[in-house]
Write a protein of this length. Structure first.
Length: 265
C-alpha cells in the first residue's frame, strides 16, 4: 500500500512539473475605446466592444439578453430597449478564469410632436386623390406596411394603423411659409424604430412604416396628402440624429411637408 502511494505521489509530481506555468488571465474591454462602465445608446444602433484582455486563450461574452459569443471582437446592438449587463469571461490554457462586467442602457426613439411645415393641394386635380375643397381637417397617421394595395391614391386600407394623431381643424390648401408651422404634440408613447424608416414599396413590405399626412373634408371623406410611398421628387428619410443632443428627426418633403420630432427615452 505504501509502495503504491509512493508511486502515485511521484507521478503527480512529474505531471505537475511538466505542466506549463500560465500567467493568470485579465479580462478587460471598452466601448469604442472608452473605459466608461455604463453605455447609453438607442435601439438598433451599434457599438464596437474592444477586447483588451491579457493572457486569455479563449473568451466568452454574455450580453444579458440571452445572446452569447466566443468572438474576440464584437459589434454590439440591441433590438429592444432596457438595461443589460455585459459580462466578459476569459480563460487561459490551465482553465483559470477572470471576469469583467459593464452595463448598457438601451433607449427608444419616442415621438414627441409632428411638425407640419407646409400643406398644399389642388382641389381641381382629381389625379392625385386630393380633397376637392380648399379647406379640410388634417391629421398624421402611422401604419405598418404589410400590403401594397392602395385604394384610393396614397391610402393603404389593408395596412394596420399603429397611431393616429389629434385632428387639426380647418387647414387651407395653401398653408405655406411664412405662416408658422403646425405642431401636433403627442401625449401617448409612440416608438419609432430606426430600421423601419424606409420608403414604402414592394421591397420593404413588413419592413417599414407608412407615414401619412391625411385630410378629411366636411363630408368625412378621407384623403392622403403625402406619405413615404410617393417618389417623383419627394425627399424622405432621417433628417437628423444626435444622441448627445437627444434629437431624432424624420422628414418628408413633397407637395406637403412634415417632420417627426423624437426624443431618446
Amino acid at each position: 500500500m505504501r509502495k503504491n502511494l509512493f508511486f502515485l505521489a511521484i507521478t503527480l509530481l512529474i505531471i505537475n512539473g511538466c505542466k506549463k506555468d500560465e500567467p493568470f488571465p485579465i479580462s478587460s474591454f471598452s466601448f469604442r475605446g472608452d473605459t466608461i462602465t455604463t453605455l447609453k445608446m438607442a435601439t438598433s444602433d451599434t457599438c464596437s466592444l474592444i477586447n483588451t484582455s491579457k493572457n486569455a486563450d479563449s473568451v466568452f461574452w454574455d450580453f444579458g439578453d440571452g445572446r452569447t459569443s466566443i468572438e474576440k471582437q464584437i459589434i454590439l446592438s440591441y433590438p429592444k430597449s432596457g438595461s443589460y449587463s455585459i459580462k466578459l469571461t476569459t480563460t487561459n490554457n490551465n482553465g483559470q478564469k477572470s471576469f469583467e462586467s459593464k452595463k448598457v442602457v438601451i433607449l427608444d426613439r419616442i415621438l414627441k410632436k409632428v411638425v407640419i411645415d407646409f400643406v398644399q393641394w389642388d382641389p381641381t386635380n382629381r389625379s392625385e386623390g386630393w380633397p376637392t375643397s380648399t379647406i379640410a381637417d388634417i391629421y398624421f397617421q402611422i401604419q405598418m406596411f404589410t400590403d401594397n394595395t392602395m385604394n384610393p391614391i396614397g391610402i393603404f386600407p389593408n395596412c394596420p394603423v399603429l397611431f393616429t394623431s389629434p385632428i387639426v381643424k380647418d387647414v387651407t390648401n395653401h398653408f405655406t411659409p411664412p405662416a408658422s408651422p403646425i405642431e401636433i404634440p403627442i401625449t401617448e408613447k409612440v416608438i419609432i424604430e430606426k430600421n423601419m424608416v424606409q420608403r414604402a414599396n414592394m421591397e420593404t413590405i413588413n419592413k417599414t412604416y407608412v407615414f401619412s399626412l391625411m385630410a378629411k373634408d366636411a363630408d368625412g371623406k378621407v384623403y392622403c396628402l403625402v406619405n413615404n410611398s410617393m417618389i417623383g421628387g419627394s425627399s424622405f428619410g432621417i433628417f437628423k440624429e444626435d444622441f448627445t443632443l437627444n434629437t431624432f428627426i424624420v422628414s418628408l418633403q413633397f407637395f406637403s411637408s412634415f417632420k417627426l420630432i423624437c426624443d431618446f427615452e
